[in-house]
Design a protein. Structure first.
Length: 418
């Protein structure tokens, strides 16, 4: 169980020099900045980059640092670029926990489910160590699938799934000739045909969970010996339009600032062209005609889907993915409170990929007295001044109610009024 902030400061003193802890996520309680005595050996650091399902940047992820003996050291969150860092770390071995509370996803470094099984991260004196992480609400591919068997016409090839974390319960397969899906080849094995002559073969394994997917593809086989069949006799072309073998699906997180991607799907026969159009509440989004789309503030609360049209000599077929609702962007904030003679000044800086507009409510408490001030965010910053305060410790809580495209956030800080 994670220790209290009071316990954390005491435990952290033995392993950290001055440490500026990054702003917390909207769902975590605010913590005071650690200010510890300087030590001669605390010159190392740990930094990392966190991505999530669909390999998109993961912002606002909680990151906890522990010693090898499971003693809490410090915590922080990833910034708008998905980065985090711990400075002033003493040499030793550490465990790191990552948690995306919005997606209910957590893991320990490196791809471990619990503190007991967590890998130890060695940190030498004066070293700058990386601890990147990929958090998947589906499963993360650790080793790619492989193909066994002889790549010759009439021979059977078999797919191995590769290794995934966590272990998946639902898998699907798609065999590829070069990079194109082979119609109907969706089993764990495939018998090489004359149409494969001269081409390499691969298998794509897809994990399915909670309406999302993750895919990994094997390395190609050697080219199948032989000459591929020649073209059809002129005058007897197929007028047939492509039909759907497996429909395109969306991957990624439906949240302002995050990127959604649409798969190609599988078609029979293979289409000559594929065109895409992203839809917001069923209507086309101008210029959004590629396989991926980054959700904007205008998409908050709206439903996004991807329409794909496959065109062949005999006509076109169009399919649309199920729509997903876009959540507000996560928000982080930093509150600075300074005490002066008979007054206190509080400044809240908000960081979000959504719209940082609206009003911040500041509440100051000192000697049982409560004073409330409201200030408007300007340039993602709001400042409040509390005057005629008695001497003593003042506690200020700053709350931003969020906007149409960004989640709310609240922070607490203290200062001493002279």
């Amino acid at each position: 169980m994670r220790p209290t902030k009071k316990q954390s400061r005491g435990l952290g003193r033995s392993v950290l020099a001055p440490l500026a802890v990054a702003a917390l996520t909207t769902t975590a309680l605010a913590a005071p900045t650690l200010s510890l005595p300087a030590a001669a050996d605390t010159t190392s650091s740990i930094a990392g980059h966190v991505t999530e399902t669909g390999h998109v940047i993961s912002t606002g992820v909680d990151v906890w640092l522990y010693t090898a003996e499971d003693v809490f050291v410090a915590d922080t969150v990833t910034d708008g670029a998905g980065n985090f860092s711990f400075a002033g770390v003493e040499a030793g071995q550490y465990k790191i926990r990552y948690e995306n509370q919005n997606e209910a996803v957590e893991e320990w470094w490196h791809n471990q489910p619990t503190m007991a099984t967590a890998s130890l991260l060695p940190v030498g004196k004066g070293e700058q160590v990386r601890a990147d992480a990929y958090l998947s609400a589906v499963a993360e591919n650790l080793t790619r699938p492989t193909v066994s068997g002889l790549a010759q016409v009439g021979q059977q090839l078999s797919a191995t799934d590769g290794t995934w974390y966590p272990v998946p319960t639902q898998l699907s397969y798609q065999w590829l000739r070069g990079s194109a899906p082979i119609s109907g080849a969706t089993a764990a094995s495939y018998t090489v045909t004359a149409a494969d002559a001269g081409s390499t073969l691969r298998v794509q394994v897809t994990v399915h969970r909670v309406g999302r997917t993750e895919s990994a593809t094997s390395l190609p086989t050697a080219a199948v010996p032989g000459t591929p069949p020649g073209p059809e006799v002129p005058g007897t072309p197929d007028p047939e339009a492509p039909s759907v073998v497996s429909a395109p699906v969306l991957s990624g997180t439906a949240r302002v600032g995050a990127t959604l991607s649409g798969s190609t799907g599988a078609w029979s026969p293979a289409p000559a062209t594929l065109t895409r159009q992203w839809l917001r509440n069923g209507s086309p989004i101008g210029g959004a005609t590629t396989a991926s789309y980054r959700a904007t503030s205008a998409d908050a609360g709206k439903r996004l889907s991807l329409r794909t049209t496959a065109t062949g000599p005999g006509g076109s077929t169009t399919v649309t993915t199920p729509a997903v609702t876009v959540a507000k962007a996560g928000s982080t904030a930093k509150l600075v409170v300074s005490g002066k003679a008979k007054k206190a000044v509080a400044t809240l800086r908000v960081s979000t990929l959504g719209s940082a507009t609206g009003t911040v409510t500041f509440t100051a408490k000192v000697r049982g007295r409560s004073v409330k001030v409201k200030a408007r965010l300007t340039g993602a910053k709001a400042t409040a001044t509390f005057k005629r305060l008695p001497r003593g410790k003042v506690t200020v809580t700053a709350t931003w109610s969020g906007s149409s495209s960004a989640a709310s956030v609240s922070r607490k800080g203290t200062a001493k009024v002279r």
